[in-house]
Write a protein that binds this ligand. Structure first.
Ligand code: ADP
Ligand code: ZN
Ligand code: ZN
Length: 753
């Protein structure tokens, strides 16, 4: 018979994200589904007495040899098929983030609820009129049923319409099934592509003329275009390193144009949902309705509709935050990752993937080019570029040659010495006054990251750090002690500064509200807008920013919420109170983040034709981070920082993993953390991998929603993370398979936290 050569077999990942079944299962593709079932299809398959969704990874003409019988695929989703480039990511990403392939496939599936198949009863092909009449004589009930099926369209009826609601089955149906006259099939409801109106229609967005590119921009664009034109598939990513306001977006736009002209599509990633509409608008000014947004801020209906349009190749440019890296773009030619250094590209919940890394991996499977851009590249990124993994393009000047803002550093120790106990230095006050007189605007930015958690000497600026890890100790109100979040070293808060014996040693604690009050006392009658987490209601930060944009107040005070993407032409002064606060966050990336944050806010001053001034208030004016911000010297900063990382053995010279343990009973959480520590130590010893294990220690936030949190930090003093990954996944497996009731403690592993 020809059945066997028209029959094929599929390897299916079933939609159960459980490690025990994280492998493909083989199913038979029945002839009825013919050649429509291909790799990337969503299918429905029988699995442990249920019908489950799954995705086809591979299709074979030959059955795998060692087993005789395979169940049939029951139905398949006709509306989409994941591309080869996405499928190639599945095993890679699952391994990379210690997740399952089903986890990864869920990220790639269409948004919203999945189709649910229903059970149908189908008359067997061979049954004719005469046979039915015959049955009518022998068993009228069965005959009736056969009659109804015979008349039904496609000789099929819904199971639920043949069986009484309260019953599982009916005796006559059972008899027919047994006799092989009817069979049960799973059928999906008819699928229609969702078509929802776009929430942000491009009509009404006027198209905008192209600016004439400056010399640096032209050079960058030429290099990119030449590379896009080459047919080679493994294109090395470009790192576009351009100062704030240098016109990086214009480069992205020109690169996108080129890719589109070659018949390929473009994926544009932005660090946050909030920035998506803004960038979306900018792109629509240039590309019109070909631009589609894809983010969780859209209603589910719109998102679904966009998703399917993208999968049919109807959008040439897709823009969205990190999750958009999985957008089903069929013929991807270019991926842009704007502000590549932003931590928000790292998914913190569920699957801890990094969108930049996923983008690069995906591009390698479809011959696409990746451009990652930043004014302040991540240290690890720039290090890779130095090593030759990325090609660097530089924009060293602002787009129209405007000067970079002047950055002044104010030493708050000197202020204290002169008797100023307020939050604002004399020069800050003077600068604000000047802006008020000139009718220009001021942004005061309170660096709240890590605020009130570190202990500092207000006279000499010494911060108390851990003697073992060189990381700032964190003050915990409970117990009135300081903790190290890497190694759990603890000590009391000293009464005197260990450096200068001053008694002005204290932990920080001051909010935007206090700044606001101080300003109102000093400048009575002046309107001050405030923006922090307390003020940001459901409407988000937009209303306050709009008010400020309409120049209804000359001063805006806020936290890091106001650091990003703001562009107010009248702002000529940006003041940062406690510029050094975030230097002392208990994290090896604290200095890097501070540099990025301060450069960002500094970039907010003097965007238009007025020149800008930035004032940084600090207790450690000589810190290389602040010096580098002052001189707009990224390279210099990078050199210092990379040296320190090398000395202390932090990434990129090592790989870190963090394991977070949470549970309602502190002692249990601690116990599980200890068990893991022992197991990791044991595994590392057996496989002769030199691991450093720090902790367990209480997490920076020791208790969240009544759950206690302990943290374990593991370091592998080499660059590849494979040994680390395999040790951790083995430990997890061993731990999970231990006998006895599992303890109510959850362990979450993050690689490269
Ligand atoms: P970046 O992303 O590098 O901070 P943008 O791309 O936002 O900078 O550009 C800053 C501003 O300069 C934008 O308003 C942009 O329209 C403008 N711009 C960019 N390139 C040019 C150019 N060649 N001529 C004039 N204006 C430009
Ligand atoms: Zn001191
Ligand atoms: Zn320590």
């Amino acid at each position: 018979m020809k059945a066997d050569d028209s029959c094929r077999w599929a390897q299916v990942i079933v939609d159960i994200p459980h490690r025990d079944i994280d492998r493909p299962f083989t199913y038979r593709i029945p002839e009825t589904l013919g050649h429509s079932v291909l790799p990337g299809c969503e299918v429905w398959v029988p699995f442990q007495q249920r019908t489950l969704r799954g995705w086809v990874l591979h299709v074979h003409d030959q059955p795998p040899e060692n087993r005789g019988h395979f169940s049939n695929i029951e139905a398949f989703h006709p509306g989409y098929r994941l591309g080869e480039d996405l499928l190639a990511l599945v095993p890679w990403l699952a391994r990379e983030v210690l997740g399952t392939m089903a986890d990864v496939l869920r990220l790639m599936a269409p948004p919203g609820p999945s189709l649910k198949p229903a059970k149908w009863v189908k008359l067997s092909e061979s049954i004719g009129k005469e046979q039915i009449d015959l049955w009518q004589g022998i068993d009228p009930e069965c005959g009736q049923l056969l009659q109804r099926l015979f008349r039904a369209p496609r000789k099929q009826m819904k199971f639920s319409s043949l069986v009484e609601k309260s019953k599982k089955t009916s005796p006559s149906l059972e008899r027919l099934l047994e006799a092989g006259l009817v069979e049960l099939v799973q059928r999906l409801p008819p699928f229609r592509f969702p078509e929802e109106k776009d929430l942000e229609p491009s009509e009404g967005i006027p198209s905008v003329a192209e600016p004439t590119l400056n010399q640096e921009q032209v050079a960058a664009v030429q290099t990119i275009i030449a590379d896009l034109e080459k047919s080679h598939r493994d294109k090395k990513p470009f790192l576009l390193h351009g100062v704030t306001g240098s016109g990086k977006t214009e480069i992205y736009i020109q690169a996108a144009k080129k890719a589109l002209s070659m018949g390929r599509q473009v994926l544009f990633l932005v660090p946050e949902i909030a920035l998506t509409p803004q960038m979306g608008r900018r792109l629509r000014e240039r590309f019109g309705s070909d631009v589609l947004l894809l983010h969780s801020g859209l209603t589910e209906k719109v998102r679904r509709s966009h998703w399917y349009r993208i999968s049919r190749g109807e959008a040439s440019l897709v823009i969205g935050p990190r999750s958009a890296v999985f957008a089903p773009v069929p013929n991807l030619g270019l991926i842009i990752v704007d502000e590549e250094h932003e931590p928000s590209y790292h998914q913190e919940n569920d699957l801890k993937y990094h969108a930049r890394e996923v983008a690069i991996e995906r591009a390698s499977h479809c011959g696409a080019l990746v451009i990652i851009g930043s004014a302040t590249p991540a240290i690890e990124t720039y290090y890779k570029a130095m090593e030759g993994s990325y090609r660097i393009l530089r924009l060293t000047e602002r787009a129209q040659g405007q000067p970079m803002p002047v950055v002044d550093i104010v030493d708050m120790r000197a202020e204290l010495a002169e008797g100023n106990r307020g939050m604002l230095s004399a020069s800050m006050l003077q600068a604000i006054e000047e802006r008020l007189r000139r009718r220009e605007q001021t942004i005061l930015y309170l660096n709240r990251r890590g605020f009130s958690t570190f202990v500092i000497c207000r006279e000499c600026g010494t911060v108390i750090t851990c003697p073992h890890c060189s990381i700032s100790l964190v003050y915990h109100r409970a117990g009135d002690q300081m903790h190290c979040h890497y190694c759990n070293f603890r000590r009391d808060v000293p009464r005197q500064c260990p450096q200068c014996t001053s008694k002005s040693i204290r932990y920080f604690g001051a909010g935007t509200q206090r700044v606001e009050e101080e300003l109102q006392a000093l400048f009575p009658g002046i309107a001050v807008l405030r923006m922090d987490r307390d003020v940001a209601t459901e409407e988000g930060i937009e209303p306050v920013l709009e008010e400020f944009g309409r120049e209804e107040a000359p001063i805006l005070v806020g936290t890091q919420m106001i650091a990003k993407g703001l562009d107010f032409p009248k702002v000529t002064l940006v003041g940062v109170l406690a510029a050094d606060a975030s230097l002392h966050v208990s994290d090896f990336r604290a200095v890097e983040r501070t540099y990025q944050l301060l450069s960002q806010v500094a970039g907010r001053a003097g965007r238009a034709n007025r020149s800008g001034q930035v004032i940084l208030q600090t207790y450690c004016p000589e810190h290389y981070c602040l010096q580098a911000v002052q001189n707009h010297n990224y390279e210099g900063f990078f050199q210092r920082e990379i040296e320190i990382r090398q000395q202390l053995g932090y990434p990129p010279f090592s790989r870190l993993a963090r394991i977070l343990f949470t549970g309602t009973e502190d002692s249990l959480v601690r116990m599980v953390a200890d068990t893991w520590t022992e197991m990791i130590r044991e595994h590392a010893r057996k496989s002769v991998v030199p691991l450093d294990i720090w902790g367990p220690a209480t997490a920076p936030v020791a208790k969240v929603e009544d759950k206690y949190r302990w943290m374990l930090t593991v370091r592998l003093a080499q660059r590849g993370n494979e040994p680390l990954r395999s040790i951790l996944s083995n430990v997890r497996q061993d731990y999970d398979s231990r006998r006895g009731r599992p303890l109510p403690v959850i362990a979450t592993i993050t690689l490269d936290p």
